[in-house]
Design a protein around this ligand. Sequence first.
Ligand SMILES: NC(=O)c1ccc[n+]([C@@H]2O[C@H](COP(=O)([O-])OP(=O)(O)OC[C@H]3O[C@@H](n4cnc5c(N)ncnc54)[C@H](OP(=O)(O)O)[C@@H]3O)[C@@H](O)[C@H]2O)c1
Length: 348
Amino acid sequence: MHLPRSNIHALVLTAITVVCVWLFPSTTTSVLFYGVLIGAGVQLVASVCVHQSRSKLGLVEPSVKSYALVTGASAGLGVDYAKQLASRGYSVILVARREQALNKLASEITEQYGVEVIVRAMDLGKSGAAATLFSQVIQALPSNATVDILVNNAGFAKNDKFLNVDLYTYSSMVQLNSMHLMEMCHVFAKSMVTRGRGRIMNIGSVAGVGPDPLEAVYGATKAFVNSFSRALSYELAPKGVGVLNCCPGATITEFSEVSGLTKSPVFLFPGFQTTSHFVAKTSLDSLLSPVVPCCIYPGFMNVIFANVIPMEPHWLIMWVGHFLWANLKGKSLEFAEKIHKNFGSKFL
Ligand SMILES: NC(=O)c1ccc[n+]([C@@H]2O[C@H](COP(=O)([O-])OP(=O)(O)OC[C@H]3O[C@@H](n4cnc5c(N)ncnc54)[C@H](OP(=O)(O)O)[C@@H]3O)[C@@H](O)[C@H]2O)c1
């Protein structure tokens, strides 16, 4: 059974309050105790209501006429999403800038899974890209075919002090990671709502849970994705469309190279990283289930981060975050690389 995070918080708070009342019996602790009990009850009722509305989601049955659009499909998580969706029987639409990589993946998928594949090479970081892509896709789709699944995955980060990176890079990051993702949801969700079925997965990040020094803009774009997707999930569930906010932590892809994170503890310390195959599998299992949760943190460490960060003071989150994102140098880098080489893969 899926127990929402709010209920786990409520249960933990109730347990702590019961212990407090037992240790320090007084009017204040008793009032606190009843307050927490009422709070936990309200959360329970709310989660049952939300569960009821999510149960009305139409199933998206796999077929060659049912297409899944994956952005950022030329590398990393996008490749796994495309392959795993095709292996589940959906036709796929692959979008990214590198056409050659997309065509190579398209041939692999057609050969291995026998589904239809459409390739669109385009820069999604340009303003208006979502509307252009939507009209191109509608024209390219065979008759009676529909886009039933949307995976908004394309994104990038830049790891450095805020003032060391040019404004153009930040504007492109905000445009791609947040604006484009929101626009894609707007243009594609309309027809899903009309049909009364569909699934949207927005890739946020654990980085969006708290402020991230050295990844200040990236963290903020992902905070937007996390917040927006969960609200959308609530709005669209009664219309039959499931929206899932997938929040990976450090995942072994080209991302660490592109963002300049290869020397950071988050990509070197054993136990912090997951594989893209694992992230894609766990999140697709949730996305395609009859009751779609509003968010998922694939991997044990990510669940811990996601639950602990909101309870900690901001100075502590930023201090730890700064350490995890920082590029190690000299002896500490040598030591971390040695540990990573010997033990890193054992935790994957
Ligand atoms: N890996 C991690 O540790 C991690 C953790 C949390 C969240 N995430 C998120 O997961 C998503 C996928 O990341 P990944 O790890 O798979 O990274 P990746 O291996 O670097 O892949 C990024 C993908 O996005 C595409 N892309 C980048 N800029 C684009 C643009 N302007 N237009 C179209 N496509 C563009 C790239 O294709 P082209 O270069 O061919 O355009 C590539 O296919 C991102 O949103 C990222 O923020 C990753």
